[in-house]
Design a protein around this ligand. Structure first.
Ligand code: ATP
Length: 371
């Protein structure tokens, strides 16, 4: 029978009931989560939700007020930053302006005991990894913002950390460069296999980059899951509203039958069918949430259980798709996102201003939120 390794079954990083209090203010509240080796894991949340404080505790710059952090099976309590197999890449990149790209990367190895030739080899390897070999002798002001970001990444990876912490790694880049750099970051992570924990307030960035995301709010982790789980199965109004846009309606659960919940929406005067979720009982007041792109717009009466009559109040044309605001007879506005397709002479849009339309959605697209 094989003998288990000492840390078999133990996740690479385990954060257990970690809190951080500054004076009387609790910046991080009882956070527990695990991260597996080789993951890109994002801490996502608005300003002041505690994500940087959590990152700083992983780096060892702050000690938790309560709770424990285990990295690679080792309790990090009292372990100083320089003794942790962790490196933190700051938002500002903190490059030395008077040093060349090569020297900046080599600086990351200053405290490593290694021969000069091994050091030079490692720097060359890192330059190659971030595709900056031909820029080795430039200074930071002689390269672009995206290239500076890659120098910072190369310097951070030069020490071969087991865990790299990235605080808003793309925030200094403009939108177009940010999108491109996201893919580069993912490719570098895949080639090195280093576990990345990324702090970001940008939900699209978190969705693109991450294997898994922890959504944070007021010091607490509200949900952990893959981008798909977080988007398709949000566990609360907060998470549903934080990631992408969503229509929400007050509703009461009237019944449950094989795999469905039946709801009445008093403000709209309609009944709808939604996918079943646990921990909800008939009679309970809940929120019904539906993503705009899950709502179909048609001129003909749709088949199926969830059909609402309305008229087009506003629309915004984005080329490949359009966003509609549809007024229901109750006056409630519903957002629907539809792909534009040429339909003979009728133009590319599904409907136009003031058109009377039907809205419909599958029960599977109707999310019932108890919180
Ligand atoms: P941002 O995206 O704006 O950086 P964040 O989610 O990273 O926000 P943190 O930097 O972790 O938030 O801060 C969380 C809360 O803790 C904030 O209200 C902040 O003012 C407070 N805080 C952080 N560090 C300290 C400190 N050293 N002393 C006192 N309060 C602090």
């Amino acid at each position: 029978m094989p003998v288990d390794a000492p840390n078999a079954g133990e996740p690479f990083l385990r954060i257990e009931g970690v809190s951080k209090t500054f004076g009387t203010f609790q910046a991080v509240k009882n956070v527990s989560l695990t991260v597996e080796k080789g993951e890109i894991f994002s801490l996502l949340g608005g300003s002041g939700c505690g994500k940087t404080t959590l990152l700083r505790m992983l780096a060892g710059f702050e000690e938790p007020t309560a709770g424990r952090i285990f990295l690679d099976g080792r309790d990090m309590a009292g372990v100083p930053p320089w003794s942790r197999p962790v490196h933190m890449m700051f938002q500002s990149y903190a490059l030395f302006p008077h040093m060349t790209v090569e020297k900046n990367i080599a600086y990351g190895l200053k405290h490593e005991t290694m021969s000069a030739s091994a050091r030079a080899d490692r720097v060359r390897e890192m330059l190659d990894l971030v595709q900056l070999t031909s820029f080795a002798n430039r200074k930071p002001h002689q390269i672009s913002g995206g290239q500076r970001q890659r120098v910072a990444l190369a310097r951070a990876l030069a020490r071969q950390p087991k865990l790299l912490l990235l605080d808003e790694p793309l925030a200094a880049l403009d939108k177009k460069l940010r999108e491109h750099t996201q893919f580069e970051l993912m490719s570098i992570q895949q080639r090195t296999g280093v576990t990345f924990i990324v702090v970001t307030h940008d939900q699209e960035e978190a969705m693109t980059l991450s294997d898994r995301i922890a959504v944070m709010d007021k010091g607490e982790v509200r949900q952990v899951g893959s981008p798909t789980e977080i988007y398709e199965f949000p566990n609360s109004r907060f998470v549903a509203g934080f990631i992408g846009s969503i229509n929400t309606f007050d509703a009461t659960v009237t019944a449950r039958d094989d795999g469905h919940l039946h709801l009445s929406l008093p403000a709209l005067g309609v009944n709808v069918t939604a996918r079943d979720v646990p921990h909800v009982t008939p009679g309970q007041t809940v929120t019904l949430a539906i993503r705009p792109e899950k709502i179909r717009i048609s001129r003909d009466t749709p088949d199926g259980p969830n059909a609402l009559r309305g008229s087009v109040r506003d629309l915004a044309y984005f080329g490949k798709d359009s966003l509609y605001r549809i007024a229901l007879p109750s006056g409630t506005l519903v957002q629907a996102h539809a792909v534009n397709a040429r339909r003979g002479d009728e133009g590319t849009r599904v409907a136009d201003w003031d058109d009377a339309v039907w809205l419909s959605f599958d029960p599977a697209a109707a999310i019932v939120l108890a919180e």
